[in-house]
Design a binder for this molecule. Structure first.
Ligand code: ADP
Length: 288
């Protein structure tokens, strides 16, 4: 099964063109939708989750018209929104059971809820109030509710923002266990999320699709074109003016710059091992 998006556009009433003619095919497995803040990721996720109307375009999940057959989509959808809202003072068990009921599950609900709590490693915390959960526990609870009803399409919007490294790792492990026969769209501005989890990805910025394909293909397209060197802090502006700088990051307190160049720029630069950050920043800068 595939999710096929064609010519999707959305402009908010304040004039912001949040999506601009986006066409994208999303296969089963983990798919990373990578873009900086404000790129249009949540807008796209909310349209696919039937929570927002697009202005034009189509989206098809298998045989289902995502934009028109909203009830059919909702039956097949698991959604973990960016803001899960308030976490009430009810237990994890009660809340999951309630959501399962809303999703129409009446028979075997208790067993299902117990199995889900075990799967996301919250079974021992099932009687605790959601409001007492840590960020990582809340995100794992979010996945548990998204898995109710065996969805074919799972959308997780910025799931690792705000998690500490340990929580992030546990969350990665959980996501990677969801299975290969469902479509999981992971919307994120964190390159590491995609690097760790996704065999396919897209990069969007300012509502436009800038890349779609495998991380490997994007990496090999940049091979031999990324150069790096350490510079002085006072030299940052000078280098920015004279090279196509794609990133400047501090490494042990010193600026390490990566520049894009078809040939060896000399001047102390050496060939860099291309990583997904280079892909991300060079796509956003329109360099490749
Ligand atoms: P992302 O999820 O990649 O951070 P969003 O889809 O949230 O991006 O936002 C895309 C653009 O649309 C941004 O410029 C944002 O400010 C704008 N935007 C988002 N929601 C609304 C809204 N409800 N009304 C007006 N503008 C919005």
């Amino acid at each position: 099964m595939e999710l096929t998006i064609e010519h999707l556009s959305k402009r908010y009433s304040n004039g912001v063109q949040a999506l601009d003619d986006v066409s994208l095919i999303i296969p089963t497995g983990m798919f990373g939708l990578l873009g900086p803040n404000g790129a249009g990721k949540s807008t796209l996720m909310r349209i696919l989750a039937t929570l927002l109307e697009s202005d034009s375009g189509t989206a098809t999940l298998g045989q289902v018209d995502v934009l028109k057959q909203k009830d059919e989509v909702r039956k097949r959808l698991g959604y973990l929104p960016q803001e899960f809202g308030v976490y009430p003072k009810v237990s994890a068990y009660e809340m999951l059971s309630h959501i399962a009921l809303l999703k129409g599950i009446t028979v075997g609900r208790k067993e299902l809820v117990h199995a889900l709590l075990q799967r996301v490693n919250l079974y021992d915390h099932r009687r605790k109030s959601l409001s007492s959960f840590s960020g990582g526990m809340k995100q794992r609870f979010g996945i548990a509710q998204a898995l109710i009803g065996d969805p074919q399409l799972i959308i997780v919007d910025e799931p690792t923002a705000g998690l500490d490294p340990g929580e992030r790792n546990r969350f990665y492990n959980l996501l990677s266990e969801i299975g290969e026969n469902v479509i999981v769209i992971l919307s994120t501005h964190i390159v590491e999320d995609v690097k760790e989890l996704c065999p396919n990805m897209a990069v969007i910025d300012k509502g436009k699709l800038l890349y779609s394909g495998s991380p490997e293909n994007a990496l090999s397209a940049l091979n031999g074109k990324i150069w790096s060197r350490f510079i002085q802090k006072s030299e940052v502006e000078n280098f920015t003016n004279n090279y196509r700088v794609i990133s400047t990051r501090m490494v042990s307190g010193r600026p390490l710059i990566h520049v894009f160049s078809e040939s060896d720029p000399g001047n102390g630069f050496s060939a860099a091992d291309v990583d997904l950050e280079d892909v991300f920043f060079s796509k956003i800068a329109g360099l490749n």
